[in-house]
Design a protein around this ligand. Structure first.
Ligand code: SF4
Length: 343
C-alpha cells in the first residue's frame, strides 16, 4: 500500500505489559494521594486512556475540568487543552506531563499575527477554532469546534447583520467547510468579507481525495465515519462537502455519536477518518467491528508525547504546571463560554 504523505509520528518507546501494570498502579496511588484527577483525550496512547479517570474529547474534558472536585487536574492531551482547563478552573492546579505537547494548528497563529490581522480589518468579528493558545483566545470574539462552526457563524450574521466582516482561523479547511455550508460560494460579495487564515494541522497535511477513495475502494462495504473533533479531520469534512469524495455511507459523528454508532452495529465495517488513537475506545465499544483507518499515518505526534513514565513523574513531582495570567484568562473565557452556549 502506498504511504500517505503525512509527517512520521514520534512513537513513544513501547512498554512491556508488566511495566504498564506497575506504572499504572503507581500512578493511581499517586493520583489518590494528591487528590488529582487524570483527564485523557481520545487521541492518547491506549495505556494512558486506561489509567485516566475521564476520557473524552476536548470540550467534554473541559466541562469535566470545570466541575471536578479534585484539587489537581493532570491533563493528558495537548497544551491548549490544559490551558482551557485552567481558564475554566482557575482555582485548581493544572498539570501537563510534557510541556512540549503542543498543537501544530494552534501554533499556526500567534497573538501578534492575530493583532496585525485585526488591525487590517477594524470592526471585524474574530472566530477562532478552539485549537488556539489562551493569548489568541483573549483576542477572539467566538471560539468554535468543528461541530458548531457553521452554527456560530450563522449566529453572528443573525446578531450582527449579513454584511458583518469575519476573521476565521486558524484552520483553513474548517474555514472552507463553513464557506461552503453557509452558501458563501454563491455570494462573492459576502464571501469577500469572510477572511480565512491559512493554518492547518500537520496530521492531515497532504491527504488527497484519491487517498480516501483508494481506501474506500479496498473496502466497498464499509461505512465512512468522520470525527469532527480536531484539525486532523476537517480536511475530510471539506472533501465530503465539496463532493470530492463519494458521499454514500458517510456519517459525521461526535465522539459519543461514533461510539454509539459502532455499538449499534457491533459487527459492522467502518473506515474512520480521525486521529487513529480514537480507534482504541471504538474497538473497546465494539470488539467485533472491523475498524479501518482512513489514513494509517494519522497520528498526532504531540498527543503521543504523553507516556506513563512522564505521567508518573508529573504526579510525583507536581510538574509541569499550566497556568494562564488572570487578565488573559478573564478575556479568553468569554469566547469559550459563547461557544459552549451556542452548543
Ligand atoms: S491532531 Fe492536529 S489539531 Fe489535533 S492536537 Fe494534534 S496537531 Fe493539533
Amino acid at each position: 500500500m502506498q504511504e500517505l504523505p503525512t509527517i512520521q509520528p514520534n512513537f513513544a518507546p513501547e512498554l512491556a505489559p508488566e511495566e504498564i501494570a506497575a506504572l499504572s498502579e503507581e500512578i493511581r496511588a499517586l493520583a489518590d494521594a494528591r487528590n488529582a484527577v487524570i483527564l485523557a483525550h481520545n487521541y492518547q496512547l491506549p495505556e494512558i486512556q486506561d489509567v485516566a479517570g475521564y476520557l473524552g474529547d476536548s470540550l467534554g474534558l473541559s466541562r469535566t475540568a470545570a466541575t471536578t472536585e479534585a484539587e489537581v487536574i493532570v491533563f493528558c492531551g495537548v497544551h491548549f487543552m490544559a490551558e482551557t482547563a485552567s481558564i475554566l478552573s482557575p482555582e485548581k492546579k493544572v498539570l501537563i506531563p510534557d510541556l512540549e505537547a503542543g498543537c501544530s494548528l494552534a501554533d499556526s497563529i500567534t497573538v501578534d499575527q492575530l493583532r496585525d490581522w485585526k488591525a487590517k480589518h477594524p470592526g471585524a468579528i474574530v472566530v477562532m477554532y478552539v485549537n488556539t493558545s489562551a493569548a489568541v483566545k483573549a483576542e477572539t470574539d467566538y471560539c468554535v469546534t468543528s461541530s458548531n462552526a457553521v452554527s456560530v457563524v450563522e449566529h453572528i450574521w443573525r446578531e450582527h447583520g449579513d454584511d458583518t466582516e469575519i476573521l476565521f482561523g486558524p484552520d483553513m479547511w474548517l474555514g472552507a467547510f463553513v464557506e461552503r455550508e453557509t452558501g458563501l460560494l454563491d455570494e462573492p460579495e459576502r464571501r469577500a468579507r469572510f477572511h480565512i487564515w491559512d493554518g492547518e494541522c500537520h496530521v492531515h497535511a497532504g491527504i488527497r481525495p484519491e487517498d480516501i477513495d483508494r481506501t474506500r475502494a479496498e473496502h466497498p462495504e464499509a461505512e465512512f465515519l468522520i470525527h469532527p473533533e480536531c484539525g486532523c479531520s476537517t480536511q475530510a469534512m471539506e472533501y465530503v462537502a465539496a463532493g470530492d469524495v463519494d458521499t454514500t455511507g458517510v456519517h459525521m459523528l461526535s465522539t459519543s455519536g461514533m461510539q454509539n454508532y459502532v455499538e449499534e452495529h457491533p459487527e459492522g465495517e467502518f473506515i474512520v477518518a480521525t486521529e487513529n488513537g480514537m480507534l482504541y475506545p471504538l474497538q473497546q465499544a465494539a470488539p467485533k467491528a472491523n475498524l479501518i483507518e482512513a489514513n494509517r499515518m494519522a497520528f498526532c505526534k504531540y498527543m503521543k508525547m504523553i507516556t506513563l513514565p512522564k505521567l508518573r513523574d508529573s504526579l510525583a513531582e507536581m510538574k509541569f504546571e499550566v497556568s494562564v495570567a488572570p487578565e488573559i484568562a478573564e478575556r479568553a473565557k468569554v469566547p469559550i463560554e459563547r461557544m459552549v452556549a451556542i452548543g
